[in-house]
Design a protein around this ligand. Structure first.
Ligand code: AHR
Length: 505
């Protein structure tokens, strides 16, 4: 295959990567929580009922922010159901996922679990079927020290110190026709503005996240976002956007091209935000919270109605493979290339439902190949994102995309003066030779070339074969005189780590 050529200059900085882009999303959906993160009675459960085998895997991801509880679940969420003695909590018919919600894992349990992961909670308020007062009550319960009805109630529940949750989502995907409480951008924008105002009056440190339209492919995008922002611009801090890429039609070439739409989506969202900013003559910059993204093949909630009114039903349990690992990697790289505006990002979801971590209730836990993309991204993408200039790459056409480069690339310079390069070869047929001219890194040395590859695009791991697809660090690459050459295996995710040998970086 023809070579791909890139220039990477230490001075071509996009922005520092916000640590909040290493986030995740947990929804009381199927077995995400029950039988996933939380399973009292499981041999590996701790005294709180948290599965320690799952915790080991989530801790390794170094998550910074965890969004909870939703998600579609938010639209009929009563936060008070999940507090206080567990034997007094109500069981509810939860309509988003047609499940029975036993409310055994509420905000307090989520705060405890997040602490074990050293990560912050990002709470979602229900503005679809509830209003400003309930939102204020929730903030009072979570964030006020003491001496008020709700803060004292929290203390009586065993939480003397406030949780001090800083990030609050002002409901979820409220443009979606599947949402109970669906509404228009203007109506929602007004409610979100007033709620944001109220919760910030309670706690000056709070940052709020306005719900944008639920996907770039929704007919509501971008008008809903424009209208909601127009009503609330000065009062909110982030715009939430979501994207799931699907291979539902088993068209691998199209699927591999789809991450190009993530880049375009960010550009479009930024244009909408900045148009509203200009209209309001505002100096304030609203940034993006990409608080749900992933690949998802059971889109449309296949199977959901086979399990009506159960708890912990196996909903949305996609099996992810090598090709998904590569596609997820390209979504990560898109975040890095737009990290001047994307400040929060949460892989959706964390366990079992559309997730790269899979458990068996009462049994083991294993990870799918995209878990390793996530792990290596989270470990090595901390620093300042650099803009790679792709001078040449061989290209292909798929049914719905033209001129798709086989190479996708992003890079981060680290605090220690090193450089981590992320690269994908989209070709399912051939290895891709890569040449990167490094400027400002001439005296550096290659530490390792991590590769996630497999024989077939559909290779995956299972409870019986948990280690079938795993990364290795025997990548074929070299660094001489400031020129990095590497052979990217077909359909692979690569991390090339370079350090500062001579202290010249
Ligand atoms: O993550 C699954 C669902 O996808 C979420 O509940 C919703 O926000 C989105 O549509």
């Amino acid at each position: 295959m023809q070579k791909a050529k890139v220039i990477l200059d230490k001075d071509y900085e996009i922005a520092p990567v916000d640590p909040k882009v290493f986030g995740s999303f947990v929804e009381p959906l199927g077995r995400c929580i029950y039988g996933g993160l939380y399973e009292p009675g499981h041999p590996k459960a701790d005294e709180n009922g948290f599965r320690t085998d799952v915790l080991e895997l989530t801790k390794a991801l170094n998550l910074t922010v965890n969004r909870f509880p939703g998600g579609n679940y938010t639209s009929t969420f009563r936060w008070e159901d999940g507090i206080g003695p567990k034997d007094q909590r109500p069981r509810r018919a939860e309509v988003a996922w047609q499940s029975i919600e036993p409310n055994l894992f509420g905000m307090n349990e989520f705060a405890d679990w997040s602490k074990l992961n050293n990560s912050e909670v990002m709470m979602t308020l229900n503005l679809a079927t509830r209003g400003i007062l309930e939102a204020m009550d929730c903030v009072e319960y979570c964030n006020l020290q003491s001496g008020t009805y709700w803060s004292d109630l929290r203390i009586s529940h065993g939480y003397k110190e406030p949780h001090n949750f800083r990030y609050w989502c002002l409901t979820n995907e409220i443009d979606g026709r599947w949402q109970v409480g669906q509404t228009t951008g203007s109506r929602y924008g007004e409610l979100a503005r007033e709620t944001s105002k109220a919760v910030k009056l309670l706690d000056l440190d709070i940052k709020t996240i306005l719900a944008g339209s639920s996907a770039p492919t929704q007919p509501t995008f971008p008008v809903f976002d424009y209208e909601a922002l127009d009503e609330s611009y000065e009062y909110i801090d982030y715009l939430s956007v979501h994207q799931y890429l699907s291979n539902i039609k088993n068209n691998d070439l199209d699927y591999l091209a789809k991450p190009l739409s993530t880049d375009q989506f960010f550009k479009d969202v930024i244009s909408v935000i900045d148009t509203v900013r200009a209209k309001h003559r505002s100096s304030k910059r609203v940034n993006i919270s990409f608080d749900e993204f992933n690949t998802w093949h059971t889109l449309g909630s296949v199977g959901r109605f086979d399990y009506r009114w159960q708890t912990a039903a196996p909903l949305l349990e996609d099996v992810y493979t090598q090709i998904d690992a590569v596609v997820l990697g390209m979504m990560f790289m898109s975040i890095l290339r737009h990290c001047d505006r994307v400040e929060i990002a949460c892989v959706s979801e964390l366990c079992n439902c559309i997730s790269h971590i899979r458990t068996r209730t009462g049994g083991g836990v294993w990870v799918f190949p995209p878990y390793y993309t996530w792990l290596t991204f989270s470990k090595y993408a901390r620093g300042t994102s650099l803009l790679p200039v792709v001078k040449e790459s061989p290209k292909f056409d798929s049914d719905n995309f033209t001129d798709v480069p086989y190479l996708d690339i992003a890079a981060v310079s680290t605090e220690e003066g090193g450089l981590n390069i992320f690269a994908v070869n989209r070709s399912m047929e051939a290895a891709l030779p890569l040449e990167v001219i490094l400027r400002g890194f001439e005296s550096a040395a290659l530490i390792e070339h991590i590769v996630l590859e497999s024989e077939n695009p559909c290779d995956t791991n299972s409870e019986d074969e948990p280690d079938r697809v795993q990364p290795h660090n025997r990548g074929n690459s070299a660094l001489d005189d400031g020129i990095l050459t590497a052979m990217l295996p077909r359909l692979s995710w690569n991390v090339l780590r370079i350090n500062n040998v001579a202290g010249l970086l």
